[in-house]
Ligand binder design. Sequence first.
Ligand SMILES: NC(=O)c1ccc[n+]([C@@H]2O[C@H](COP(=O)([O-])OP(=O)(O)OC[C@H]3O[C@@H](n4cnc5c(N)ncnc54)[C@H](O)[C@@H]3O)[C@@H](O)[C@H]2O)c1
Length: 419
Amino acid sequence: MGISIGLVGLGSFGSAFAPLFKNHPLVDRIGLCDREPTLVAKFANDPFYANKLHPRDCHDSLDAICRADFDALVIITQPWLHAPQCIQAMESGKHVYSAVPVISIPDDEEILGWCDKLVAAVKRTGRHYMLGETTYYHPQSMFCRRKAREGAFGDFVYAEGEYMHDVDSGCNLRRVQQSRTSSSSGKEWLRVQDAYRARGVKGGPMHYPTHSVSGPVCVMNAHAVRVNAHGYANRTGDPFFADSAFSNEAALFKMSNGAAVRILESREMPGVAGQDSETFRVFGTRGSFSENRWFTIRRPDPKAVDMDHLPTPECATLKPAEMFDPLPLDVQNGFKQALHRGKDPRELLSIDFTPQGHGGSHPYLVHEFVDAVAHSRTPAINVWEAVRYMAMGVAAHQSALRDGDTVNVPDWGDAPCKE
Ligand SMILES: NC(=O)c1ccc[n+]([C@@H]2O[C@H](COP(=O)([O-])OP(=O)(O)OC[C@H]3O[C@@H](n4cnc5c(N)ncnc54)[C@H](O)[C@@H]3O)[C@@H](O)[C@H]2O)c1
């Protein structure tokens, strides 16, 4: 028997995940929840959902869906709401998937307090928490984790991660902000924001750090110990940055394995540093990964270096298809049906499954959470991993506010059974 999942938050991002969760073969029943009735109706009236959705499973509040008997909730609400909503879901007996980040609010101490409460809630309730960090399931991350498991990097020396999203490029952040604050929950936030403003508390891009830190952290399987960071504050009086101490922040971390990691979060800086706006590079003593290239070298025995046969580095350029982990065939088929609606299932047999959404990460995130809940195992991006990402951003922001002073990064330890 499969599991039941309630989808909370059916806005722009939640809408992209609804068909995948509905069509995962281990999901028997779904529920829908949004405070905006039109969003619930959009899905409830779509015949695609009818085979797993009963009208009584449509809800207009988190309180209501928490009272219903779902195994798990997927929370894709605005970023300032996640942590308390996830705790409420776990307290009501549900496993929970959260959109990134753990929480994004201007006050550093408050964020760390929520990290504490979230870890405590997972321990107290015994429910699983998973953070839906897209970079974790980029093909580059999957490839590098495989190489790390083989020991092919040697000792980790250095890594870089960046999320470069200029306010006016690509998915325009002014529009995103306008859209996220136009709903009932968005308007409530505007009033909460006034209180932070009155206290003079200002955030920054490091309060949304998951896309830049996840790659180095998950590949090296290490956590940050301390950081020095600097920020650039907007100089034009742009209202988009009115509540941010900085529009760009850069940080250098010392990691628990001795490596150094440079992280960049930029919102007022067009262009990208590498091939993508959301990417990372990892360098070791024997293997390195950068821009889809894998570099290796066969070191000579240090006690018997043969000067006539010195090694040369090798470089392999990889395609995403070579880097993705395989998904089970029945899961691929379920997702194919969601992506190519209306097509005859026999026709789908001849179509290859191509992972889509933020570097192909969406189907992997859905599968990881559903599979973890169905098999009662700790998900890959569990609460201990999630708070590591958040703590790095908070500590970097604190350091930047103190003009680069060294700040220690809190850590809540490893997951009890780390996969
Ligand atoms: N690459 C990524 O990982 C990525 C990309 C985009 C968005 N996101 C994350 O996804 C989240 C959602 O973003 P979005 O653009 O879809 O926002 P959105 O404003 O379009 O949607 C959020 C929805 O949540 C609903 N909601 C809020 N509180 C609720 C409650 N108590 N009960 C029921 N419904 C509630 C709102 O009504 C709204 O419809 C954000 O936290 C964002 O950080 C992540």
